[in-house]
Design a protein around this ligand. Structure first.
Ligand SMILES: NC(=O)c1ccc[n+]([C@@H]2O[C@H](COP(=O)([O-])OP(=O)(O)OC[C@H]3O[C@@H](n4cnc5c(N)ncnc54)[C@H](O)[C@@H]3O)[C@@H](O)[C@H]2O)c1
Length: 246
């Protein structure tokens, strides 16, 4: 068991990559706190993990709302007294090209994808500092490295995540806390629901493995970075994309 008795918090854990990570972490012995703002999907996810023999708890959290984040952290500390792993995985898209993008579309994506990462990390950091250790994993995107047509808000948020990661890796590294970013390519989850078929086919074709990624393949990267196997990995940007950027 690579995460035996580790207390982990995963945001956006009710579906897609976050759910796959929660299942994987639980199967490796972690007690997993699943955070999401979709109450129904969240209950289903926790029930699924529990039925598979894992230990999991549901937290109704909007990562953009600091109060819900803080009350989640307070409850976790009251029940378990520590936090070993934080996976900042929750993310949204609100696509439109520059002239069509509304202020709300821009602000909503920044609020969840960037402020959400700041909120959760600032809320757990004091605990990890007191413990003298922890692992924080942030989720960027290929769009954050290269931009993407119609995704100025998303690309800005995902590029920002790399900046946050590298800064926190410097600030928290000396305190024993590792901070890393995973950069997924196109992965078959609900977030791609709004992408036209033609563009999905293009994404498959641009990938040198000629397919979309599976959520479990991203969960494997999260697991590596969360585990002691990555004990010397800090401030890294790990692309898991089938080589799409080659
Ligand atoms: N799937 C891809 O192709 C792809 C590519 C690059 C990056 N990513 C990133 O991977 C991460 C996971 O995405 P996914 O593909 O599993 O998508 P998904 O839509 O399946 O899952 C995202 C989860 O986040 C939750 N969420 C959204 N807003 C939230 C909020 N404010 N507070 C709490 N939870 C919230 C959703 O309810 C959902 O359960 C995201 O950060 C996404 O940007 C995905």
């Amino acid at each position: 068991m690579r995460l035996q008795a580790k207390i982990s918090i995963i945001t956006g854990a009710a579906s897609g990559i976050g759910l796959a990570a929660a299942q994987k972490f639980a199967s490796e012995g972690s007690i997993v706190m699943l955070c999401d703002h979709n109450e129904e999907a969240l209950s289903r996810a926790v029930a699924q993990i529990t039925s598979e023999g894992g230990q999991a708890e549901a937290f109704l959290v909007n990562v953009a709302d600091r109060e819900t984040v803080d009350s989640m952290v307070t409850r976790v500390l009251a029940d378990y007294g520590r936090i070993d792993i934080l996976v900042n995985n929750a993310g949204i898209t609100r696509d439109a090209s520059l002239l069509k993008m509304t202020q709300n579309q821009f602000d909503d994506v920044i609020a969840v994808n960037l402020n959400g990462v700041f909120n959760c990390t600032q809320a757990v950091a004091p605990t990890m500092i007191n413990q003298g250790g922890g692992s924080i994993i942030n989720t960027s995107s290929i769009a954050g490295l290269y931009g993407n047509f119609g995704q100025a808000n998303y690309a800005a948020s995902k590029a920002g995540i790399i900046g946050l990661t590298k800064t926190w890796a410097r600030e928290l590294g000396p305190k024993g806390i590792r901070v890393n970013t995973v950069v997924p390519g196109a992965v078959a989850t609900d977030i791609l629901k709004t992408i036209p078929e033609k563009l999905l086919a293009q994404a498959e074709n641009n990938c040198w493995l000629r397919r979309l990624g599976k959520p479990s393949e991203l969960a494997n990267a999260y697991l590596f970075l969360a585990s002691d196997e990555a004990s010397f990995v800090n401030g890294a940007t790990l692309e898991v994309s089938g080589g799409v950027s080659l």
